[in-house]
Design a protein around this ligand. Structure first.
Ligand code: ADP
Length: 257
């Protein structure tokens, strides 16, 4: 299987705090990678780094045909990037779509408008075509009848499913999920996980940060256990989650029992 994503030696500091230390991993096309680990271990920072929402200080990530060497991307003192770097990052970011923890939909737009916004504004897709695609995507996540509702008229689980449809609308090669169920009431978690499970069955390439260990075991092809900004252990879910080799992984999983 060819790798869709290859990350090499990613590192990120906030002030003196080294949040990501030296992380390398790859994600073959059509597979699901779950990132698990204690709170504060750097999972979200790593995921946001993959999308350059939070630029790593150094390390190289290749997604599809675009490779970014983050050590070479340096802002000027005013915090501006050069136009070549900006163009490179735009091409890079176009390969992945992010689904966030909370419901960060545009509050004054309907579900449908939230999904069409990116294609129309970013990709210049004609409105009629974007609307037709968006309706199909909302149907796919079980929201065909809710297209014209505003976020406040939807439950948290429904909003999160709109967020997934919105990410899919840009047709990214790679979907990134940042704890997509952690802000939800327990009874709404299942409907969101079901949509993600369906996407996995379709062979979408996904990386997800999750606290849902059972779900990770179920859906992931590979699990990365992160602690202290390092990949402590990686492998098949049944190895990492059921027979962890490292003491830190064992301790983390014991705390969840
Ligand atoms: P996790 O997702 O595993 O809970 P995070 O990546 O959110 O971990 O955070 C890792 C560490 O980085 C934490 O100590 C957090 O406080 C710190 N951190 C995250 N984002 C920032 C930021 N923007 N500025 C300063 N520190 C941050």
């Amino acid at each position: 299987m060819t790798d869709l994503l290859q990350a090499t030696s990613l590192a990120k500091k906030f002030g003196d705090h080294e949040v990501i230390k030296d992380v390398s991993f790859s994600v073959p096309r059509g597979t699901v990678t779950a990132i698990v680990g204690p709170s504060g271990s750097g999972k979200t920072t790593l995921l946001r780094g993959l999308n350059a929402l939070e630029r790593p200080d150094s390390g190289i990530v290749q997604i599809a045909d675009v490779s970014v060497d983050f050590a070479k991307i340096r802002a000027s003192r005013r915090g501006r990037l050069g136009s070549a770097d900006r163009a490179l990052l735009r091409r890079y970011q176009a390969h992945s779509g992010m689904v966030f923890q909370g419901h960060n939909l545009f509050p004054h737009r309907t579900a449908l408008q939230n999904v069409t916004e990116g294609p129309i504004v970013v990709q210049r897709v004609p409105a009629a075509e974007a609307t037709e695609n968006a309706r199909a995507l909302l149907a796919k996540v079980g929201l065909a009848d809710h297209a014209d509702k505003f976020p406040y008229q939807l439950s948290g689980g429904q909003q999160q499913r709109v967020g997934i449809a919105r990410a899919l609308a840009l047709e990214p090669d790679l979907l990134l999920f940042d704890e997509p169920t952690s802000a939800l009431d327990p009874e709404l978690v299942g409907e969101v996980l079901d949509v993600i499970r369906q996407l996995a069955k379709e062979g979408r390439t996904m990386v997800l940060v999750t606290h849902e260990i059972r779900f990770a075991r179920d859906v992931a092809d590979e699990v990365l256990f992160i602690d202290g900004g390092l990949v402590v252990e990686r492998g098949r879910p049944r190895d990492v989650l059921d027979h962890p080799k490292h003491e830190r992984t064992q301790a983390f999983l014991r705390r969840l029992l």
